[in-house]
Design a protein. Structure first.
Length: 161
């Protein structure tokens, strides 16, 4: 009858070791995400589009927003209503490539960050990014000429090409 008590102790030890490892890994991940955000050198990879009207759509291609210290490059799909059209362009989606923008970080109460990006050169008025400590994120894009749209995805270390 002493064997079950020993097995319970071993299982309890293994569970506590696993939980400790997960806690250490989560803290390292949070520190990595924090450093990426503060250095303004990261990529938001969109995985799901959430239009203002209609249902969400899973993204199967690579769409992203990349911050490279003093510039931003946005290449995201768009589904929604446009209030005015740009004539002479066959380009759709949310596209932006500029070095003129404001970048503000705010800590969230329960962990994570709120990032506000205000481009000064396009019809995009504001990009609002909410990032969790584990790196999942939601990006809301507000435009002058279109309905707002949201994207859910993850924060990654930027690819160096």
């Amino acid at each position: 009858m002493k064997r079950p008590a020993f097995i319970y102790k071993v299982v309890l030890f293994l569970l506590s070791a696993l939980l400790s490892f997960n806690l250490i890994f989560a803290q390292e991940k949070e520190q990595e995400i924090k450093e990426l955000i503060q250095s303004k050198n990261f990529m938001f990879r969109a995985q799901v589009v959430l239009p203002s009207n209609g249902s969400s759509r899973v993204i199967t291609s690579d769409y992203d927003m990349q911050l490279i210290k003093d510039s931003i490059a946005v290449y995201l799909p768009y589904f929604g209503r446009a209030y005015s059209a740009s004539f002479g362009t066959a380009e759709g989606g949310v596209r932006l490539n500029t070095s003129k923008f404001d970048y503000k970080i705010k800590n969230r109460r329960k962990g994570g960050w709120e990032i506000t990006i205000d481009p000064q050169t396009s019809d995009i008025r504001e990009m609002y990014l909410i990032v969790s400590p584990k790196g999942s994120a939601t990006l809301n894009v507000t435009s002058t000429n279109r309905q707002s749209i949201s994207y859910h995805g993850i924060i990654l270390k930027r690819n160096t090409r």
